[in-house]
Design a protein around this ligand. Structure first.
Ligand code: PLP
Length: 425
C-alpha cells in the first residue's frame, strides 16, 4: 500500500524498516580506512556517494568477462554488453515509477541531461521575448544552460525567490509564470538548503500556462522514491554517482511525445538510422539521444546500485536520513551561534545540512574536520546566486546517506567543539 505525502514523496503506510547500518558499512570497502589517523567519517554524499562492493564488482566483472561495444555487434560479448546496458535502462524505468524504457536516456550526468534539454528542446521552442523560470536555489547545472539558452534566443530568465526559511516563495507564482513562460526548471531537493520543493504544485501552475516542467532530481533521486509522473514533470535529470553508482552516468527521463519532436543534441554514430551525403535520418528513441560509445561499464554497474537501493527500500532510506537529520539538528544546537541554513523542520528537508559558524570560515571548518578524518564540503556548492541571496560567501555542508549513523554526527559535533577550542572561540 502506498500513499503520497506532501512534496510528492511516495511513502507507504507500513512502518519503515530500520537500516542495519553496520551491515551496510561492511559493503563499502572505502569506509574501512583511517584518514589522518582517524576512522573515516564520510559526510559528503551530496557531492558524490561511495560505492558498495556490488557496484565495484559489477565494473570488474564487466571488464574481466563481458566487455564489448554495444548494439551493433553480433558476437557473444557484444550481446552480453548490450543486454547488461539495456537491463539497466529497464531498471531505471521501473525505479522512477514504471515509465516506458524508450523514455530513459543515458547521459554523462545530470549536467549533460540539462544541457541536452536546453539545446534540443530549448532551441526548438524558445523564441525572442519568451520566459524561462528557474528558482533562486538552483545548482549551476540548472542555471547556466538556461542562462545560455536565454542569451541565444533573446529570452528572459526569471526566478522564483526563496523565503528566509529556505522554502520557495510561491506567493507571486501567478505573475512569475505567465503565458510567455516556456520552461519552468527547478530542483526537487536543494543541494545547499536541503529543501524539498512542492514540485507537483508548481508543475500544475506551469502546465496551466502552457510551460513544460524540468526537474533536477540530482539530490532527491538518491534519497527518496521518485515517481516522475506523480511529480508532474515533463523531464527529469539525475546522476548515478550520487546514488551509489559509478561516475560518468546520468539519466534524462522525458515524455516520449516531447522527446520525439526534439532534434538530437550530440550527433555521430548510434543516433542515426541512415546516413547519406545529402540526407540523414535519426534513430528511434532513446538511441537518437545517445551518440557515440556510451559509458557501457558505468551504466551496467549502475544496475547494481539500483538493486542495492531497492534492497534497502527508498522509503526506509528516507526515514533513516530523517532520523539522522533530526539528531544532527539536536546535537548541532549545542554549538552557540552555529547557524543551520534552510528549513528547520526535518519533514520539509533532506539530510543535507549546510551550516555556518559566526567566526570560523567554512574552509577552516572543513580543513580542521579533515585533519580528524571527517569529510564534509565547504564553499558555494555550485550555487553562487543562492549564496548571494543568503548573504553568505560559503557554507560548510554535511550530508548523510545509507552508511551513516548517529555516532558519526557525534564525531562531527565533538570535533566542531574541539575546533572552537583550537581557534580560541
Ligand atoms: N543538480 C544538483 C542539485 C546537484 O547537486 C548537482 C551536483 O552536485 C548537479 C545538478 C550536477 O550533477 P552532476 O555533476 O553529476 O552532473
Amino acid at each position: 500500500m502506498s500513499s503520497k505525502t506532501k512534496n510528492n514523496i511516495v511513502s507507504t503506510i507500513e512502518p519503515p524498516v530500520e537500516l542495519d547500518v553496520a551491515a551496510i558499512r561492511a559493503d563499502f570497502p572505502i569506509l574501512d580506512q583511517k584518514i589522518n589517523g582517524h576512522t573515516l567519517v564520510y559526510l559528503d554524499s551530496a557531492a558524490s556517494s561511495q560505492k558498495p562492493r556490488e557496484v565495484i564488482n559489477a565494473l570488474l566483472e564487466h571488464y574481466r568477462h563481458n566487455h564489448s561495444n554495444i548494439h551493433r555487434g553480433l558476437h557473444t560479448l557484444a550481446e552480453r554488453s548490450t543486454e547488461g546496458y539495456e537491463k539497466t535502462r529497464s531498471h531505471v524505468a521501473q525505479f522512477i515509477g514504471g515509465v516506458p524504457t524508450e523514455e530513459v536516456i543515458f547521459t554523462s550526468g545530470a549536467t549533460e541531461s540539462l544541457n541536452l534539454l536546453a539545446y534540443a528542446w530549448g532551441d526548438l521552442n524558445v523564441h525572442e521575448g519568451d520566459e524561462i523560470v528557474i528558482t533562486e536555489m538552483e545548482h549551476h547545472a540548472n542555471i547556466v544552460p538556461w542562462f545560455q539558452l536565454a542569451q541565444r534566443r533573446k529570452a528572459i530568465l526569471k526566478t522564483i525567490p526563496i523565503t528566509v526559511c529556505g522554502h520557495l516563495d510561491l506567493s507571486n507564482l501567478d505573475t512569475i509564470i505567465t503565458p510567455r513562460t516556456k520552461i519552468v526548471a527547478l530542483c526537487h531537493m536543494s543541494n545547499v538548503l536541503g529543501t524539498i520543493n512542492p514540485v507537483a504544485e508548481i508543475a500544475e501552475a506551469a502546465h496551466k500556462k502552457g510551460a513544460i516542467v524540468v526537474v533536477d532530481a540530482a539530490q532527491s533521486a538518491p534519497h527518496t522514491t521518485i515517481d516522475v509522473r506523480a511529480l508532474g514533470a515533463d523531464f527529469v535529470a539525475f546522476s548515478s554517482h550520487k546514488m551509489l553508482g559509478p561516475t560518468g552516468v546520468g539519466v534524462l527521463w522525458g515524455r516520449s511525445e516531447l522527446l520525439e519532436e526534439m532534434p538530437p543534441f550530440n550527433t555521430g554514430g548510434e543516433m542515426i538510422r541512415e546516413v547519406r551525403f545529402d540526407k540523414i535520418t535519426w534513430n528511434e528513441l532513446p538511441h537518437k539521444f545517445e551518440a557515440g560509445t556510451p559509458n557501457i561499464a558505468g551504466v551496467i554497474a549502475f544496475d547494481a546500485a539500483l538493486s542495492y537501493l531497492d534492497k534497502l527500500g527508498m522509503y526506509n532510506i528516507h526515514h533513516h536520513e530523517m532520523e539522522i537529520t533530526r539528531y544532527a539538528f539536536e546535537r548541532l544546537s549545542e554549538l552557540d551561534g552555529l547557524e543551520i541554513q534552510g528549513p528547520q523542520v526535518v519533514e520539509d528537508r533532506g539530510g543535507t545540512i549546510s551550516f555556518t559558524d559566526p567566526v570560523i570560515h567554512p574552509h577552516d571548518i572543513s580543513t580542521f574536520l579533515d585533519s580528524h578524518g571527517i569529510a564534509i564540503r565547504a564553499g558555494h556548492h555550485c550555487a553562487q546566486p543562492l549564496m548571494r541571496v543568503m548573504g553568505k560567501v560559503a557554507t560548510a555542508r554535511a550530508s548523510c546517506y545509507v552508511y551513516n549513523d548517529k555516532s558519526e554526527i557525534d564525531a562531527l559535533v565533538d570535533c566542531l567543539k574541539d575546533m572552537r577550542k583550537y581557534f580560541g572561540v
